[in-house]
Design a protein around this ligand. Structure first.
Ligand SMILES: C[S@@+](CC[C@H](N)C(=O)[O-])C[C@H]1O[C@@H](n2cnc3c(N)ncnc32)[C@H](O)[C@@H]1O
Length: 373
């Protein structure tokens, strides 16, 4: 093989990046921009934000190159509430030709100075961009082939970074690289979950997504198993109760509204007609989940009190956010929870704007074992 063949040139030794790129639900760009700005501040990153309302992505662009490991270290999609995906980007390719998009993308990928273990093709989640999802499916194979031919793709190399190619329009691609395990679980952060027929409401997918997104595999195995007990506040018609019963948990479903017969048919759900704000279990339970439509501050206080008083160990809850003050409401809810639990043994709070969330976010709160002195 001739050494000057550009397809076989060795990647440069120092991987670099130019900033951060985040995907979100269209209409939530301001919230993601606020979070990106705060993240950049925490890691001492200079640069500027670029976004447009409704485009479903936000970029943070640095005036100078940054060593990629520095950004990759700080980039985990779980660290931002409103982002569905968070990546360190290293190249933007404009004016992609219709006939051969692979060549310029491969050339740009080479400038990252690294070899990749996998490649994912993504688009922002807008109606306009969705029209390119067919193209992404068709283009994935040819792009993988071209990257492999250029010795940039090594699928069997353990720990190799993932390459993400985001098509923001028909002829523009942003290239990002991240450490394995730090990108969203599904391309574009859009879960592939089957709607179970017996589950009563589409809301069931929200809790299913929360289990995958907010809990690790080990946490799911330890806390979602047959024999454990759960309370579902605001349960009707029963989509969330069904998710718990499906995993073998016994559920007390609290709601004045009717539960779906298919959910009651699991034999694991007891329906109690009552007020979710005042109803209390006789004995402590493992889980409390809450999907009542109420002021977010009221829900935050309720879940913190359940955990703080030992009524439950883990909770997943939905916070319906006011449209114009979403970040402020999030901060206020965090403060309410912190005030109630700070003097206890320690807690862990994770929040995410899930794909199945609209004007709301979903939280997971759990007690952690107190550290021994
Ligand atoms: C969004 S729905 C819940 C959907 C449910 N998670 C599912 O998957 O089918 C909200 C529910 O909260 C209930 N709710 C609202 N306020 C309540 C309260 N104070 N006590 C009990 N239930 C309440 C409503 O009756 C309604 O059924």
């Amino acid at each position: 093989m001739p050494r000057h063949d550009p397809a076989h040139r060795e990647p440069t030794p120092e991987p670099v990046a130019y900033g951060l790129l985040a995907l979100c639900r269209a209409g939530f760009e301001n919230e993601v921009a606020g979070e990106l700005q705060a993240l950049a501040g925490r890691i001492g990153l200079d640069g500027f934000l670029r976004t447009r309302a409704g485009q479903a992505f936000v970029t943070f662009e640095c005036p100078h190159v940054i060593p990629w490991p520095e950004l990759a270290e700080a980039c985990d999609w779980r660290s931002l509430v409103f982002a569905r995906q968070l990546l360190p980007w290293f190249a933007r390719v404009d004016a992609l030709p219709d006939r051969d998009r692979a060549t310029p993308i491969v050339e740009a990928a080479r400038t990252a100075g690294m070899r990749f273990g996998s490649v994912a093709l993504e688009t922002p989640d807008t109606d306009e961009a969705k029209q390119r999802s067919g193209f992404c499916r068709r283009f994935a194979g040819p792009l993988e082939e071209a990257l492999a031919k250029a010795a940039l793709l090594r699928p069997r190399e353990r720990g190799a970074p993932e390459l993400h190619v985001l098509f923001t329009d028909a002829d523009t691609a942003w290239l990002s690289a991240c450490r394995p395990g730090t990108a969203a679980l599904w391309p574009m952060g859009v879960p592939r979950l089957r709607m179970p027929r017996e589950a009563a409401s589409r809301s069931t997918l929200k809790l299913a997504e929360a289990f995958f997104t907010l809990l690790s595999e080990e946490e799911r195995a330890a806390t979602l198993r047959p024999g454990l007990r759960a309370v579902d506040l605001g349960a009707a018609p029963g989509g969330w109760s069904w998710q718990l019963a499906y995993r073998g948990l016994r559920v007390t479903a609290v709601d004045n509204g009717p539960m779906a017969p298919s959910v009651m048919a699991t034999g694991l759900v007891e329906h109690v007609r009552g007020d979710g704000f005042t109803w209390r279990p006789r004995h402590a339970v493992d889980w409390m989940v809450c999907d009542m439509v109420e002021q977010p501050a009221r829900i935050a206080a309720l879940v913190a009190d359940w955990v703080g008083s030992g009524r439950c160990r883990h909770t997943i809850f939905n916070l319906k956010l006011p449209m114009k003050k979403r970040l402020e409401a999030l901060v206020q809810c965090k403060e309410i929870i912190h005030k109630r639990l700070a003097r206890g043994g320690g807690y862990e709070l994770r929040m995410k704007h899930l794909y199945h969330d609209r004007e709301e976010i979903t939280g997971y709160l759990t007690l952690t074992t107190p550290k021994k002195a």
